[in-house]
Design a protein around this ligand. Structure first.
Ligand code: ATP
Ligand code: MG
Length: 714
């Protein structure tokens, strides 16, 4: 029936429909009932989703407030919005189009009071989260060496990914469950939420307030989700609840591109769509429009090594083009030089820098490329890496503004109360914390009480001054442009002066950044809107104008495409990443390789270095990645470090032979050894096998761990 309707409409089809193949058209025209578009990279899934959305609006099937569209990153959301506007020729401002987090935030801001929050709640980042957990550990007299705050944060985040509130997280007597409960209570007092809370609290809101859920269910006649393979359990539930109203849920995704298992994504969500929605229609797309035959062949050959997949056959009309190049280099600096030389070469041939990207596995890899770009004067931007809003001076400035807007924001308060120095030391802060806990109030309120207590210390006088200033700036907000208030805050608090007096070489750069920060605020009408924006743009900072090369992680490149893609660091120990193999399995790493190669339209260049400098570890031998030997010979050309072009490019022996100049320093473990792991904390070795040890952790489940991640304790 849907097909008949499809061909009927196509007869008088608008041009955006004519630009699609028949399967894609079918997906666009399917407007009632659940729909799954399950297809490989570059087959037009995102294009179909966007067109479908525009088509629904074009045909007036509903108002634009009645569509909910979820994409994975803010950048993707922005692109989708622009494309819809282009298709429709009008603005769709205010539309419910964004990431799970931004859409949830919108719902929560409106309904915060139903959860006991006020609507100006702040969103804290992972730094603040750790600070808060550390406070809790200190208050409970728990040694952070025994229970690392990072580990607790990890456990809490996983619970949130799984939609588990403290009362459903497990045995209430367990330490981590208790910490989780306290952490949530503290957040509430602070009127703050962490990232995971945005989804979790929405779920709680819906479950506790059926009338609120119902109103959203009625509102959203059509729901659409891109990159569905990377939703976690909480996001899955969120969607199910909202889609329950009209049942018009359309999800698009690719099981081969599920790469966020480490953040709780559950590939099973996409695989069970047809079971979840009995009357679901599934459409598979097979023509890849993005890449040449060699690129597609290499990507498909790699992913074919995964066993746990649905399996798809993709084809492309783009025959010819260059093989995927595998380039060996002597060391990581050499690799960077090779890549940037190639970039310049393409540029000389007339290609724009924005048509090229370097996709790395680990963010520390970007530095070599950045340095090379600086040397050669090649404009570049690190997408999602060294994020502007994560720099120290920017976070400080943000903390000032957060307190301005939200006087109870204790984490922001703690960050800057002694920056610049106001004579408020650790003991004073500890006293404030005691007051806060005893009276069950926020830290700034406790600080105010503390400042009003008897005592003449310079710290107390400064603290009183601080609160007076804050009040004055808040009053200014009512009458003056917010940008002027921000300037006043930074200058009159002594913050700008602190960097002016600072002698370190990076002080000038920090002052520049602060200027840029004020500049960024100018683009927003209100301060709270700006702060919301900042808390959401963690994955992207695409302020830099002009033509530039993109450097980003493989994870950040999902959904994007470039003419020329460089994939450096394909070495054992880096890609596949040993820790990730441990925690998410080799197949997720292989999917990441598939995502990487399939970003390329014209050419993919993979490289490896025989020696690499690792952060804090010095030089290490680089063994070419096992994935290289999985690429089909027909689609690749291998040039070794010595310039020799090998025909046997895929023989694992020739790729894996270790260079003789580096020795391994193996640690030896025995049953009964006491060990420490960065994420899981302390534990005892209960079995060993080759380079693996089975460890019974004090605070986590028993795990099999590669010994390079364990530190032996005396
Ligand atoms: P990914 O899995 O990487 O997210 P995708 O399936 O979402 O990929 P799109 O990004 O939508 O794929 O499309 C890939 C490229 O192919 C885009 O440049 C898109 O404009 C183009 N494309 C898609 N469908 C067609 C078509 N029918 N005709 C021409 N070009 C198309
Ligand atoms: Mg896509």
């Amino acid at each position: 029936m849907v097909l008949a309707e499809a061909s009927l409409n196509v007869a008088s089809a608008p041009s955006y429909l004519e630009a699609l193949n028949s399967k894609q058209q079918q997906a666009v025209l399917h407007s009632e009932g659940p729909l799954l578009i399950l297809a490989g990279a570059g087959t037009g899934k995102t294009r179909v989703l966007t067109t479908r959305l525009a088509h629904i609006l074009e045909r007036n099937l509903c108002g634009f407030q009645n569509i909910l569209a979820v994409t994975f990153t803010n950048k993707a959301a922005l692109e989708m919005r622009e494309r819809i506007q282009r298709l429709l020729g009008r603005s769709v401002d205010g539309m419910w189009l964004g990431t799970f987090h931004s859409l949830s935030m919108r719902i929560l801001r409106k309904n915060a009071d139903a959860l006991g929050y006020s609507s100006n709640f702040t969103i804290i980042d992972s730094d603040d989260q750790l600070r808060l957990i550390k406070q809790l550990l200190r208050a409970e007299n728990i040694d952070e060496k025994q229970v690392p705050a990072k580990m607790v944060a990890g456990v809490i985040n996983r619970w949130k990914d799984k939609a588990k509130t403290p009362d459903r997280a497990g045995n209430p007597q367990e330490l981590t469950v208790q910490l989780y409960r306290q952490y949530q209570e503290r957040l509430k007092i602070l009127n703050a939420m962490d990232f995971g809370d945005l989804i979790l609290n929405c779920l709680v809101l819906f479950q506790q307030n059926p009338e609120i859920l119902n109103s959203y269910q009625q509102q959203f006649c059509y729901l659409m989700v891109d990159e569905y393979q990377d939703t976690n359990a909480a996001q899955y539930l969120w969607l199910r609840l909202l889609a329950d109203g009209h049942g018009n849920l359309c999800c698009v995704g690719d099981d081969d591109q599920s790469i966020y298992g480490w953040r709780g994504a559950e590939i099973a969500n996409i695989l069970k769509f047809e079971k979840d929605y009995a009357n679901a229609t599934t459409i598979r797309l097979e023509q890849n429009y993005r890449s040449t035959n060699h690129i597609l062949g290499a990507a498909s050959g790699l992913i074919a090594n995964n066993r746990d997949r649905l399996g798809k056959e993709l084809w492309t009309e783009k025959q010819g083009g260059e093989s995927v190049l595998i380039k060996g280099t002597w060391d990581s600096e050499n690799e960077a030089r090779f890549v940037i030389d190639e970039v310049e070469d393409y540029q000389r041939k007339g290609h724009s820098l924005s048509s090229m990207a370097i996709l790395v596995r680990a963010s520390y890899q970007t530095r070599d490329f950045e340095e090379r770009c600086l040397k050669t004067g090649t404009p570049y931007r690190v997408v999602g890496g060294l994020r502007f809003y994560e720099r120290q001076e920017i976070k400080d400035a943000l903390a000032y503004l957060r307190i301005l807007v939200q006087p109870d924001d204790g984490l922001a308060f703690e960050r800057i109360i002694n920056v610049p120095k106001r004579g408020i030391g650790a003991t004073a802060l500890q006293n404030m914390h005691v007051i806060a806990r005893e009276q069950n109030i926020s830290l700034p309120r406790a600080a105010l009480l503390y400042a009003m207590e008897d005592g003449k210390g310079i710290g107390k006088a400064n603290l009183r001054q601080f609160f007076e200033d804050m009040q004055r700036w808040r009053n200014m907000l009512d009458t003056q442009p917010h940008v002027d208030v921000v300037k006043a805050v930074l200058d009159e608090s002594g913050y700008t002066a602190m960097w002016l007096e600072e002698k370190s070489p990076d002080a000038a750069g920090r002052l520049e950044n602060l200027k840029e920060f004020v500049h960024a605020i100018e683009e927003f009408e209100f301060l709270p809107g700006f702060l919301d924006h900042v808390s959401l743009v963690t994955d992207n900072n695409n302020q830099s104008a002009g033509d530039c090369l993109s450097i980003m992680t493989l994870h950040g490149a999902k959904g994007l495409e470039f003419d020329f893609v460089f994939l450096p660091g394909w070495e054992e120990n880096l890609f596949p990443h040993p820790r990730s193999i441990q925690e998410n399995g080799l197949e997720e790493e292989r999917r990441l390789g598939y995502v990487g190669i399939s970003r390329a339209k014209l050419k993919a260049t993979i490289s490896y270095a025989l020696r690499r400098r690792l952060p804090y570890q010095g030089w290490q031998v680089g063994l070419p990645s096992r994935f290289l030997s999985e690429l089909p010979a027909a689609h690749v050309k291998h040039v070794q470090a010595n310039g020799h072009e090998s025909r046997q490019q895929n023989s694992p022996e020739s790729l894996r032979r270790p260079a003789s100049f580096v020795e391994y320093q193996a640690q030896h473990f025995e049953i009964g050894d006491r060990v420490f792991h960065q994420k899981f904390g302390y534990g005892d070795v209960i079995d060993t096998e080759g380079e693996q040890a089975v460890v019974e952790f004090d605070l986590a489940e028993e795990k099999r761990i590669h010994i390079s991640f364990l530190k032996k304790q005396a």
